[in-house]
Design a protein around this ligand. Structure first.
Ligand SMILES: Nc1ncnc2c1ncn2[C@@H]1O[C@H](COP(=O)(O)OP(=O)(O)OP(=O)(O)O)[C@@H](O)[C@H]1O
Length: 332
């Protein structure tokens, strides 16, 4: 069921007498319980789009609905209630430097009531525990690593038990190991709490590792929307094609070009199956494997092989591969 709906959204900024269309005619839905990625090159409108969800921005045209409620018609009081159902984290964490990790998390609750009760203090401890920072509760942000700071920000964002967590480039300031830790935590929260997660990112690796579906923005327009597998491995738009290109293996330059060259892409059970040997069984072809890579989309394995297949039964082998669920493309 749709939790967030963008309906024909346009956003125009006007600054110093100059107007700029940050978003034009963007429509798509985010379903309850999914991890949804918004990707695109710098300036394509990703942050503006996510900021419309909690009304940090308002659209110039079109509507945003959260759980059926049209944000353009909510009263200021209802907007405060609605925002409690939305947590948000940012690339630069946004922590208060004069407060400890614990005090940063408690701050989110203090905004709603002046004096915290014992249950609130327990909640703060539980949240710090949940994000793996129980032992760092009394440290100040300057004493924490980037990954730990982002975990504090996540705990703070969860303090009001939101339905939706908005993440604007949550791992762009982190190294590889901290990125993995934060992405694992976001996946866990999605799985265990049913939290809907919306992630703005320019990193295809983030999309590959944790997103279910993804919207691709291109100069403020929706280039395409679909499952991660569709968008990464069967892109319909030039924007998605160019973003997903670096996830594809390329044949080593030393090998030289060949008109027999194919890229095979396969998912799930096919990865550990014997598709290639089964397809070439008894066929008059010779094949050589030039490069291979197995990785995963969320938890579903996928693989790529670059192969040269030549011989009279080449067409038959390609048909058999396709029949067994392998995507086959010519590589120039
Ligand atoms: N407050 C603002 N005033 C004027 N123009 C703005 C404002 N906010 C964003 N823009 C413009 O709108 C366009 C989209 O910006 P946005 O930050 O949404 O893109 P983005 O895809 O998130 O980019 P990045 O990946 O670099 O953060 C940009 O051209 C930007 O300059």
């Amino acid at each position: 069921m749709s939790l967030i709906q963008f309906e024909a959204i346009a956003k125009r900024f006007t600054a110093s007498g100059r107007s700029q269309d940050a978003l034009s005619d963007v429509s798509f839905d985010v379903k309850r319980g999914e991890v949804f990625g918004i990707i695109g090159l710098s300036g394509s409108g990703k942050s503006t789009l996510v900021r419309l969800i909690n009304r940090l921005e308002t659209p110039t045209r079109g509507r945003v609905r959260i759980d059926g409620t049209d944000l353009s018609t909510v009263s200021p009081r209802d907007l405060i209630q609605l925002r409690r159902k939305l947590g948000m984290i940012f690339q630069q964490f946004g922590l208060l430097s004069s407060r400890t990790a614990r005090q940063n998390v408690a701050f989110a609750l203090e905004l709603a009531k002046p004096k915290l009760e014992a249950t609130d203090h327990k909640k703060v401890d539980d949240l710090l525990n949940r994000v793996g920072l129980a032992d760092h509760a009394h440290k100040y942000p300057a004493q924490l690593s980037g990954g730990q700071k982002q975990r504090v920000a996540i705990a703070r964002a969860l303090a009001n038990s939101p339905d939706i967590l908005l993440c604007d480039e949550p791992t762009s300031a982190l190294d590889g190991e901290s990125t993995q830790g934060v992405l694992d935590l976001l996946s866990e929260l999605n799985r265990d709490l049913g939290l809907t997660v919306v992630i703005v990112t320019h990193e295809m690796e983030v999309v590959r590792r944790i997103c279910d579906r993804v919207a691709v923005l291109d100069h403020g327009r929706l280039a395409e929307v679909g499952t991660v597998a569709q968008v990464l491995f069967d892109p319909q738009s030039e924007a998605a094609r160019s973003l997903s290109r670096h996830l594809l293996p390329v044949p080593p330059a030393e090998i030289g070009a060949s008109e027999d060259r194919l890229r095979l892409t396969y998912f799930g059970d096919v990865v550990t199956g014997d598709a290639l040997s089964a397809a070439t069984q008894g066929a008059h072809v010779r094949f050589s494997i030039l490069s291979g890579q197995v990785s995963a989309l969320k938890s579903v394995p996928y693989g790529h092989l670059i192969v040269d297949i030549a011989g009279p039964d080449r067409g038959l082998v390609i048909e058999r591969l396709k029949h067994s669920g392998v995507r086959v493309e010519a590589v120039a």
